[in-house]
Design a protein around this ligand. Structure first.
Ligand code: GLA
Length: 391
């Protein structure tokens, strides 16, 4: 029997600047990273009663049936049958919800899903604020297109994955992560206008390195803080009578300060000022003004710490240690990247100094906190692709 094997690969992302602006119709400036999630997908005989997912990294399997029942078993190989009785979706491993969520979105398009098995490998740090979930969603979506012999354009793929995250994982995320994973380009950052979803690609000089350091403190976007920030931004819009925070600038916000509760005002100030910083950082990047880009990153971190309150002591320590190195030591700027409450920081540094910077920060962080951080340096990477062959 000729069977189809599909391999798809999608990168994580690191956001250089523009945090918590995407769901406010604002601007972000991410890059896809040289860390990928790869899925291999193969059809099962039509009379198989469930599709199987397997995470190589975690040694876990889950089974999915079109009626939406997905369940975890103790089995660690694809070939073994589920040993536990079917239970509610809630007991499925968290990663499997992203997979099931994407498949469910294809089913909602009216496509019938044949049984298949899917195995997942990744070197994207999990739960580290560099979009491991978007990388998984996008890789699965790219593979599903091949399986179902259908074609969605890149924006539609990103939006389908975002809906999967909203509906299945319960995270009301914006679109930055999925767009980055789909549209990333080698050696280019993406200035995203999250109102129109248009991307402007901005070359990154080979003299620059993007150094990522994982605090090893895990955040959980679904734990309510992310949702609460979104709600506070929506409250600000209602009180300011604007469609989104994109529609005002800092001076207009300041003039309307008395209309807003203090916390809501600070949340809005982060978003409005972050939009301005992001657009300016893109201009500076184009002009080769890397010190200015670094200063904008530093200001972004302060705004996340003071106004948006999404950092944590370990992250603040890491960022301070990186910023202390300054331009003389090869650091233009540093900030937390991603949803917040842990995860990674990104340092914009001189490529010639990247290894020394990473080593210095990791050593000092260990001395300060006792935590051994992970680190990698990346250049902007290409977005998702898939490959299909018959065996
Ligand atoms: C998470 C979300 C994104 C974005 C960032 C914060 O990564 O998935 O949509 O909101 O947080 O910038």
């Amino acid at each position: 029997m000729i069977n189809k094997v599909v391999v798809a690969r999608a990168p994580g992302r690191v956001n250089l600047i523009g945090e918590h602006t995407d769901y406010n119709e604002g601007f972000t400036l991410p890059l896809a990273i040289e860390r990928y999630t790869t899925v291999q997908l193969q059809r099962l005989p039509l009379d198989s009663n469930a599709s199987r997912f397997h995470s190589v990294a975690l040694g876990q399997s889950a089974w999915w049936t079109p009626d939406g029942k997905s369940f975890l078993s103790a089995a660690t190989t694809l070939s073994s049958e589920p040993s536990a009785p079917a239970t509610a979706n809630d007991s499925a491993p968290p990663w499997s919800k992203y997979v099931a969520g994407v498949i469910h979105q294809f089913a909602k398009l009216g496509l019938s899903i044949p049984p298949f098995e899917l195995s997942i490998e990744t070197d994207v740090p999990l739960g580290g604020g560099v979009s491991s979930s978007a990388a998984l969603e996008v890789a699965v979506a790219m593979a599903m297109q091949q399986l179902l012999v259908t074609h969605l354009d890149g924006l539609a793929i990103a939006q389908l994955c975002q809906r999967a995250e909203h509906e299945y994982a319960g995270v009301p995320c914006g679109l930055m992560d999925q767009l980055s994973s789909v549209f990333g380009r080698t050696n280019e950052l993406m200035l995203m206008d999250c109102r129109t979803n248009q991307l402007e690609f901005i070359p990154a000089s080979s003299e620059l390195a993007f150094i990522v350091i994982n605090s090893r403190v895990k955040h959980n976007l679904a734990d309510g803080e992310y949702r609460q920030r979104r709600q506070q931004c929506e409250a600000a819009c209602r009180l300011l009578n604007v469609a989104s925070l994109r529609d005002i600038d800092v001076s207009r916000l300041e003039a309307a300060q008395s209309k807003l509760p203090e916390v809501v005002y600070r949340r809005a100030r982060h978003v409005v000022s972050e939009n301005a910083r992001t657009v300016q950082a893109a201009e500076c990047l184009k002009a080769g003004q890397w010190e200015q880009v670094g200063q904008l990153m530093n200001a972004s971190h302060t705004s996340m710490r003071e106004d948006y309150e999404i950092t944590c002591p370990e992250i603040d320590t890491l960022v301070a240690l990186a910023q202390e190195i300054r331009v003389d030591g090869g650091v233009y700027g540093a900030r937390m990247t991603g949803g917040g409450f842990g995860g990674c920081i990104v340092i914009l540094g001189k490529a010639t100094h990247a290894d020394a910077i990473a080593e210095q920060v990791v050593t000092a962080y260990r001395a300060a906190t006792g935590i051994q951080a992970d680190t990698f340096t990346t250049r902007p990477a290409a977005g998702a692709w898939e490959l299909c062959s018959n065996v």
